[in-house]
Design a protein around this ligand. Structure first.
Ligand SMILES: [Zn+2]
Length: 299
C-alpha cells in the first residue's frame, strides 16, 4: 500500500492543502477532496499516478469545510462514494447552509478561494459514525470522532497511521510552527483538548494533517497544538476580561501569530497566503465566540 501526498497547489501556493491518495489492493482511495477550486489540480495529480477521476470510487473526508470537502460533490457526481461524519452528510447533499456560513467568513473572496461547490447525489454519500470500520478498496479505515475544530470531525486510522484533517492543527512544512484554525461558531477549547488526548493515546507512527503532509513525530505536533491552543485561548480571554473591543483583540492576535510565523522563518508572502486559507481574524473571532458562550452559561 502506498500513501501519496497530492499537493493541490491552492492559490498557486505549494504545501497548503493536501489530498491523500492511497492505493489499495482494489484501487485508489482519496482522503480529502480538497476545494472545488483545485479540482483540476486534483485531476492532474491523480493522472501523474496513473488514475482518472472516474477511477476514484471512494473518498473519505474528515469534515465538510470547503478546503477539505469542497470538491466532494463533483467527485460524487463522477461516481465516487463519499464517506463523511453523519452530522456533515446532509451538508454535502445540500451545501447551501455550509456556503452561507463560509460566506460570513470569506465574503467576496468565496469564488476565487473555493470555486463552485456542487451538491453530492444523496445515494453517493455514506454517513459515518465514531468507531465505524470502512472496508474500501481492500483497505480498512477506522473513523475516530475528533471534534473541537469542527463539531463534526473524523480522523481516519489506517494501520498505525492516521489522517487527522484539522484535528492535529496545521503544520507548516520545514518549520516547527503549529497553526491553530479556530473558526466560529464551532471552535470548542475543552472538546478539542479531549480530541488531542484521544489522538495521543493512539500512538500513531505518523500522521497526515491536511495542512500539510506526513509527519513522523505525531507527539511533537499534538503537544505543539496543545500549547498554542491554551496560549491562544488565554491570549484572547485576558483581553476580553480587560474590556478590549473586538477590533483591538483581533489586531493584537494577528500581530502575535504573525510574529511567531516570522520567527519560524516564514516569508511575508507565505504569511499572507496562509492568512487567505486560515484567516487569523477568523480564529480570534472563534475564540471570542467560545469564551462568550462559556460566560453566558455561567450566568
Ligand atoms: Zn476545517
Amino acid at each position: 500500500m502506498d500513501i501519496i501526498t497530492l499537493d493541490l497547489d491552492f492559490q498557486n501556493l505549494p504545501q497548503i492543502i493536501a489530498s491523500y491518495l492511497i492505493v489499495g489492493p482494489a484501487g485508489p482511495v482519496l482522503v480529502e477532496s480538497g476545494p472545488a477550486s483545485t479540482y483540476m489540480n486534483l485531476r492532474a495529480g491523480l493522472s501523474q499516478h496513473g488514475f482518472k477521476i472516474t477511477d476514484v470510487k471512494h473518498v473519505l473526508v474528515t469534515h465538510i469545510h470547503l478546503d477539505h470537502a469542497g470538491a466532494a460533490g463533483r467527485l460524487a457526481q463522477e461516481g465516487a462514494q463519499i464517506y463523511v461524519h453523519k452530522v456533515g452528510a446532509p451538508h454535502l447533499i445540500d451545501p447551501s447552509r455550509l456556503l452561507t456560513s463560509a460566506g460570513r467568513i470569506y465574503g467576496d473572496k468565496m469564488d476565487i478561494l473555493w470555486g463552485e461547490t456542487v451538491p453530492a447525489p444523496a445515494d453517493r454519500v455514506k454517513a459515518v459514525a465514531d468507531g465505524d470500520v470502512l472496508n474500501v478498496a481492500g483497505l480498512q479505515f477506522t473513523a475516530l470522532n475528533t471534534p473541537g475544530h469542527a463539531w463534526h470531525h473524523h480522523t481516519y486510522r489506517l494501520g498505525n497511521v492516521a489522517f487527522t484533517g484539522d484535528a492535529a492543527g496545521i503544520q507548516i512544512p520545514e518549520t516547527d510552527l503549529v497553526e491553530l484554525p479556530a473558526p466560529p461558531p464551532e471552535f470548542k477549547l475543552e472538546v478539542w483538548e479531549q480530541s488531542i488526548d484521544r489522538l495521543l493515546a493512539e500512538n500513531f507512527e505518523a500522521i497526515y494533517p491536511t495542512h500539510f503532509g506526513r509527519l513522523n513525530n505525531p507527539v511533537g505536533q499534538l503537544e505543539g497544538l496543545q500549547t498554542i491552543l491554551r496560549q491562544a485561548a488565554e491570549f484572547v480571554r485576558v483581553r476580553m476580561e480587560s474590556g478590549q473591543d473586538r477590533e483591538t483583540i483581533v489586531e493584537a492576535y494577528v500581530a502575535w501569530i504573525q510574529s511567531k510565523a516570522r520567527a519560524a522563518g516564514l516569508s511575508e508572502y507565505t504569511i499572507k497566503q496562509l492568512n487567505t486559507v486560515n484567516p487569523l481574524y477568523m480564529s480570534a473571532d472563534g475564540i471570542m465566540h467560545f469564551w462568550r458562550r462559556v460566560a453566558a452559561k455561567q450566568k
